[in-house]
Design a protein around this ligand. Structure first.
Ligand code: PXP
Length: 248
């Protein structure tokens, strides 16, 4: 992989969502992760939520065992999740906000308001060798706080940009895209590695993929949905192609 190449992390949470709709073992998120790996994913992302609505503890055990690419373990900043992460020591840990009543991760983490607690929370994860990433909105205050607490990576929340696009609110979309662009450059200037994700589709990925400071995109829901129509391998390959074209 060249320095300029953008990494693709495929989030397989929603394979587990479909499995859990019926209970049982099918479809298997580990099988999806292996296929995504073969199709060009540079990493696999999985979010173990407090309510275990999709990924379960057993899935994390199995992914750690089976993957040859890095696992990006998404988790809330709770003691329970910290223990699990310290047991597995995944390549990367992404700290996300989590509310039981939300359908998905709705906003970025409020790092600035919880700086002290989060600094103490991530220290043992860093000591264990995990790359700690903080999922935040494109907001200077949050980026500076993430930097101060010792995170190595930030992941910028692209959900609002994608929602505006889907709703046809193009002025709002372009304003949000501009904020993402500016904040990617700002975070990079502080020495943070910049990732981005949430809600990205074939229609929205390229403008974000073109930001030179962004090193990784994490994409899940759209790809798992698209896999119904074209299969997971071609769905991932097409995302990879669009990302590379935007970068090229
Ligand atoms: N990045 C983070 C931090 C997330 O929480 C999620 C959703 O779990 C994603 C990326 C992927 O979002 P989507 O499934 O909408 O592509």
């Amino acid at each position: 992989m060249t320095d300029n190449q953008l990494r693709l992390g495929v989030n397989i949470d929603h394979v587990a969502t479909v499995r859990n709709a019926r209970g049982g073992a099918y479809p298997d998120p580990v099988r999806a992760a292996k296929l995504a790996e073969e199709a060009g994913a540079d990493g696999i992302t999985a979010h173990l939520r407090e309510d275990r609505r999709h990924i379960t503890d057993t899935d994390i055990d199995a992914l750690m065992e089976a993957l040859t690419v890095p696992l990006n373990f998404e988790m809330a900043a709770t003691e329970e999740m910290q223990k699990i992460a310290l047991r597995h020591k995944p390549h990367a840990v992404c700290i996300v906000p989590e509310k039981r009543e939300e359908r998905t991760t709705e906003g970025g983490l409020e790092v600035a308001r919880e700086e002290n607690r989060l600094a103490h929370f991530i220290a043992p994860l860093r000591d264990a060798g995990c790359r700690v990433s903080i999922f935040i909105a494109a907001d200077r205050k949050q980026i500076e706080a993430a930097h101060r607490i010792g995170a190595e990576v930030i992941e910028l929340h692209t959900g609002a940009y994608c929602d505006y696009h889907a709703e046809g609110r193009f002025e709002d979309r372009d304003r949000e895209l501009e904020a993402l662009r500016e904040m990617s450059a700002y975070a990079h200037s502080l020495g943070l590695e910049v990732h981005a994700g949430h809600g990205l589709t074939y229609d929205t990925v390229q403008p974000v993929a073109a930001f030179p400071e962004v090193k990784e995109l994490n994409i899940g829901h759209f790809l798992i949905g698209e896999a119904i129509f074209r299969g997971l391998t071609p769905a991932v390959q097409e995302m990879r192609r669009l990302m590379d074209a935007a970068r090229g």
